[in-house]
Write a protein of this length. Structure first.
Length: 213
């Protein structure tokens, strides 16, 4: 009888641990507090081709609108959050100048599984589309940049207070785990924001940021 009770208890413990390891509570805890295992992802052919296609479209856009034609920021939301998916793209050299992690919106869920996009005020979701990087300011998350949505899919970004800012929960290196989630803002690491800050503040023309999938 004691052996049966022990086996039953052990089974329940295993099931509980298995459930918790897949729960939203554990995923958020892991993303916010637990050190992550670094990993290096390769840039495959499909990703490279998509970057090049969007870079060509970005070239035409910045030329027509009078934006910075040397560099733009491209964010590919199809990539895992632990993978570098924020690209500083050199439009003159047709090459990636730098890349880093960026968080996506949780749509005000405790932990969002997968992706969901919205332009609705109060949605807490990422909005796809082109953005003009606006004025800098110091707010709740420190040094930040206001964003102006340029497409029908993100034209309420300013009203939603969707901004470009940093947070310590975003790692500097790629990881096998998911990273923290935002309330719709493209959130980067403090170190990467320093790189962006140099480009944005030294630019005499607006810099284009484009979030796509």
């Amino acid at each position: 009888m004691k052996i049966l009770r022990f086996l039953l208890l052990a089974t329940l413990v295993v099931l509980a641990v298995s459930w918790f390891s897949q729960s939203k509570v554990w995923k958020k805890t892991k993303a916010l507090h637990i050190p992550k295992k670094e990993i290096s992802y390769s840039i495959n052919t499909d990703l490279k081709e998509k970057l090049e296609i969007n870079a060509e479209a970005a070239k035409k856009f910045v030329a027509q609108k009078g934006y910075n034609d040397n560099v733009c920021f491209l964010i590919d939301m199809t990539l895992a959050s632990g993978q570098n998916r924020f690209f500083i793209y050199n439009l003159k050299k047709d090459s990636i100048q730098s890349k880093a992690l960026v968080a996506h919106g949780n749509c005000f869920e405790y932990w969002l599984e997968g992706r969901r996009y919205s332009n609705v005020v109060g949605s807490g979701c990422t909005s796809l589309g082109k953005y003009k990087i606006g004025a800098s300011y110091t707010g709740k998350f420190g040094y930040s940049y206001k964003l102006h949505g340029l497409d029908s899919t993100n034209n309420k970004a300013f009203e939603r207070t969707v901004v470009l800012h940093a947070h310590s929960c975003v790692p500097n290196a790629e990881t096998s785990d998911e990273i923290c989630q935002s309330n719709g803002c493209p959130t980067v690491s403090p170190d990467f924001l320093k790189q962006l800050k140099t480009i944005i503040n030294e630019s005499k023309k607006p810099v284009l940021l484009w979030i796509y999938e």
